[in-house]
Structure formats: structure tokens, C-alpha cells
Design a protein around this ligand. Structure first.
Ligand SMILES: NC(=O)c1ccc[n+]([C@@H]2O[C@H](COP(=O)([O-])OP(=O)(O)OC[C@H]3O[C@@H](n4cnc5c(N)ncnc54)[C@H](O)[C@@H]3O)[C@@H](O)[C@H]2O)c1
Length: 252
């Protein structure tokens, strides 16, 4: 019943690993860099690069689920994005297939629909950056593996993961750390009837731009809501993706 977390030295992975270790969940943690302060007590740590398929396969062996968080999380040159985020995700899914891991959770992003104008009635697929294009592709890879192998895949379109909402758009997009842990853990462990599910990952914010489809299927019940914090001011963003949607494309 060991859970593999990739990107375990990152912001979300560090907190997720600490929360789950505190609840006695057996963990194997993978990252290309060592976690600051070391892994939580009892967790196994594997230093590896996702671009190395054999290393990912070794790390995946014997696990019951993978929560795949690793990747480049800021906009950058396209080729680098492809290597870490698309090839890296392919390696995670391929390793899970070879190891017969029944569940993979992919950290997608709300930026896959980031070029929708704020106020649009539905959020169509509209990636706002090279980064978002890699997440669209990661979701597509997840869909493919879920339908052509025996694994189930849940793609979580993470909103804005912060300790508290600190921009006006976070009123709609905020995901608190404890809700992120709850969502990613239920995505990894809840029984599901469908091979593939894509859900948005936010707290229970009353201002909401995205459907909550899939939350019931996972049993996700957020504990936090942006309204518990001081309102961060009037919204000036034109697009749901905020600055990602406004920025120039990098040259590459
Ligand atoms: N933080 C947010 O608000 C947010 C929002 C939407 C989506 N996400 C997604 O959630 C995931 C985690 O986000 P985060 O904020 O913790 O990111 P982060 O940048 O803090 O951590 C990412 C981790 O991935 C590791 N990594 C990168 N490339 C790797 C590789 N090739 N092999 C092994 N390790 C590699 C890095 O060393 C780092 O520790 C990411 O996939 C991100 O795109 C985050």
C-alpha cells in the first residue's frame, strides 16, 4: 500500500508527504533534488530524474498509486518543458503500466483553461502558456493510458496553491494546503468506476469559475474557503490564467 510521490521536494510534495507520513501512510518519495530538511520520518527517498525511465520504473515497483507532482512549474523554453513535463509524465505512466500500478494521479493545472476570459460561462480547453500545453498533453497521455491499460488516472487541475489567498483571483482559484492533501489523497485511493477523471482542485470558494464535477466521485470535501480570509481587493485580470495568460510567449 506504498504511495509514490514524485516532486516530493517541491512546495506541494513537501507538505503532502509530511501530512500523509503523519497519518502513517507508507511513502516512497522521488525528486531530482533532496527535500529541504530531509524526508519525513519513515518515508523512503529516491533521488532520480524523471527523464530516466529505468530509474522511474525502479521507483514505481511495488507501489499502489503514484501522485505525480514533479515538473517545471513556471513558464520557460518549450524544449525544456517538453523534457521534464511531457517526457517525464510519459515515463511515470509507462513505469506504472510496466509495474501494474492501478492508480496514477497527475498534477495538471487550471492554466489548461487559462485563456478563457474571466466571466466566461464555461471554461473550454484554452492553454495560456507552453507550461499549460504540457499539462494538456499530460492529461491526454493520462486519458490514453487509462483507456488502453488497466490503470485508472485522475488529473487534478490544481488552482492556486497558497497558504492563504493573496491575489484577487485567488478568491476563485485558491486551494489550501490541507485541502490539497485531502484531494490528492482521495484521488489516489478512492474507488472509481471510470478509467479517467479530470477535476479542478480548489478549496470550497464561493466565487468559483470552474465546475466541481468529480469531487463527489472522489469523496473530496474541502475544509477551507477563500472567504475565511481578508478579501484581497478588486479583480483586474482579464483571463482565468491571470499573469500566465497575459505574458508574452518565451522565445525558444
Ligand atoms: N503550486 C501551484 O499553485 C500549482 C498550480 C497548478 C498546478 N501545479 C502543479 O503541481 C505540481 C507541484 O507543484 P509545486 O508548486 O509543488 O512545484 P515545485 O516547483 O515547488 O516542485 C516541483 C518539484 O519537481 C521536481 N522536478 C522537476 N523536474 C524533475 C525531474 N525531471 N525529475 C525529478 N524531479 C523533478 C523539482 O525538483 C521540484 O522539487 C506541479 O506539477 C505543478 O505544475 C501547482
Amino acid at each position: 500500500m506504498t504511495l509514490l510521490i514524485t516532486g516530493a521536494a517541491g512546495t506541494i510534495g513537501t507538505r503532502l508527504a509530511a501530512d500523509l507520513a503523519a497519518h502513517g501512510v507508507p511513502l516512497r518519495l522521488l525528486d531530482q533534488q533532496l527535500p529541504v530538511g530531509g524526508p519525513p520520518a519513515g518515508a523512503e527517498f529516491v533521488q532520480a530524474d524523471l527523464r530516466d525511465l529505468e530509474a522511474v520504473e525502479r521507483a514505481t515497483t511495488g507501489t499502489s498509486a503514484v501522485v505525480h507532482l514533479a515538473g517545471i512549474t513556471q513558464e520557460g523554453p518549450f524544449t525544456e518543458m517538453v523534457e521534464h513535463n511531457i517526457t517525464g509524465t510519459h515515463h511515470v505512466l509507462e513505469a506504472a503500466r510496466r509495474g501494474r500500478v492501478p492508480r496514477v494521479v497527475l498534477a495538471s493545472s487550471h492554466h489548461v483553461t487559462g485563456l478563457n476570459p474571466v466571466g466566461a460561462p464555461t471554461a473550454l480547453l484554452a492553454p495560456d502558456s507552453f507550461y499549460a500545453v504540457t499539462k494538456v498533453t499530460a492529461e491526454a497521455l493520462g486519458y490514453l493510458y487509462a483507456h488502453k491499460t488497466t490503470m485508472q488516472v485522475v488529473a487534478v487541475r490544481i488552482g492556486s496553491y497558497r497558504s492563504h489567498p493573496d491575489e484577487p483571483r485567488h478568491w476563485a482559484t485558491w486551494l489550501s494546503p490541507r485541502d490539497a492533501t485531502a484531494l490528492l489523497y482521495t484521488a489516489a485511493t478512492s474507488p472509481l468506476t471510470s478509467p479517467f477523471l479530470a477535476v479542478y482542485g480548489t478549496s470550497s470558494n464561493s466565487e468559483s469559475w470552474w465546475p466541481r464535477t468529480g469531487w463527489d466521485a472522489l469523496g473530496y470535501q474541502p475544509a477551507d474557503s477563500a472567504e475565511q480570509h481578508a478579501e484581497p481587493g478588486p479583480l483586474a485580470d482579464r483571463f482565468m490564467g491571470g499573469a500566465f495568460a497575459d505574458d508574452e510567449l518565451p522565445t525558444s
